[in-house]
Design a protein around this ligand. Structure first.
Ligand code: ADP
Ligand code: MG
Length: 287
């Protein structure tokens, strides 16, 4: 078995270790989906981004960003290419190179700023990559159940069916280059379904996915929410945005707008899609 130890691999290895502790799984009796919440309910927010400013090299990528994510909801973070969406996910996950920033990030009211990626994963924070890694020699079944309390074939098969992959065909296959990027994304999502994390960030869940498969991805996202997982959809797609309960709009690392999906959809369609500026700082005030 050969691993290239990039960040994606590391997250996968963390999923294996989660299986040992069993911590970080969503607690079904703490489900709060559907409850109306406000940013002021800080102790009740699952995740608070508090005035975060982050530089990569000499470039300010995230600028005084404050956002609150409510438990049991599907939040979208939408914005044009280069807005800082993936950087935000990497910063929340605490990946290497994203640990130094101004401001704070709190999970369930407690700062996670000083925690390692592994420690954050143990709290139940996970990330689904825009382009998941390949794992030569590792079977799809092993990959899926690595972070699952239930190691049965049936559980792995159930998760594959949710994401629209035939278990008979896919369980014995390897998570290698013989799977397309879209198939690897769906296998990764299956692994997250059985892991039952408190928070999953999904970076561009529709990239490399055809229309039929995308509906399966949306079904899986609904399953995650029904099970109490808070979902953060990172996207520049209106099709993905409309699956959210609430949205944030980023541009140039700044929060431009937040609120109801319809409002953000209108703003995005009217202002961002026709906009051809490339990473120029916004002049307008941050709401
Ligand atoms: P998005 O995911 O919204 O498309 P990213 O978070 O990937 O945007 O990137 C935001 C900005 O940060 C872009 O201008 C990108 O070029 C820049 N950027 C990303 N990673 C680095 C890095 N390691 N060093 C310097 N700039 C970076
Ligand atoms: Mg990105």
């Amino acid at each position: 078995m050969s691993f290239n130890l990039d960040s994606s691999t590391r997250i996968f290895l963390i999923r294996i270790s989660l299986e040992i502790s069993g911590s970080g799984r969503v607690s079904r009796n703490k489900k709060t989906g559907g409850v109306n919440m406000s940013d002021e309910n800080r102790d009740k927010n699952l995740l608070d981004i508090d005035q975060v400013t982050l530089y990569l090299g000499r470039k300010q990528i995230l600028s005084n960003l404050s956002m609150s994510f409510w438990p049991g909801h599907i939040h979208a973070v939408v914005g044009p290419n280069g807005a800082g969406k993936s950087t935000l996910a990497s910063t929340i996950m605490g990946l290497s190179g994203y640990g130094e920033f101004e401001g704070d990030i709190r999970f369930q009211g407690t700062s996670i700023k000083k925690l390692t990626t592994d420690e954050r994963a143990r709290l139940g924070i996970t990330l689904a990559w825009q382009e998941p890694a390949r794992f030569e020699g590792l079977s799809v079944k092993t990959f899926i159940i690595a972070g699952s309390a239930d190691k049965s074939d049936e559980k792995a098969a159930w998760a594959l069916e949710v994401v629209g992959l035939d278990p008979g065909e896919y369980l014995p296959r390897s998570v290698d280059q013989t799977l397309s990027g879209g198939e690897r994304k769906r296998v990764e999502l299956a692994s997250i379904l059985v892991m039952e994390p408190a928070l999953v960030m999904m970076d561009e869940p529709d990239s490399g996915i055809d229309v039929d498969a995308l509906n399966k991805i949306f079904l899986a996202i609904r399953r995650l929410k029904e099970n109490g997982t808070t979902v953060l959809l990172i996207t520049h797609s209106q099709t993905v945005l409309e699956k959210a309960d609430h949205a944030f709009l980023l541009c140039c690392g700044q929060l431009v707008e937040k609120g109801e999906v319809d409002k953000i959809m209108t703003y995005f369609g009217d202002n961002c899609l026709p906009c051809d500026h490339k990473n120029q700082p916004l002049k307008e005030a941050v709401s």
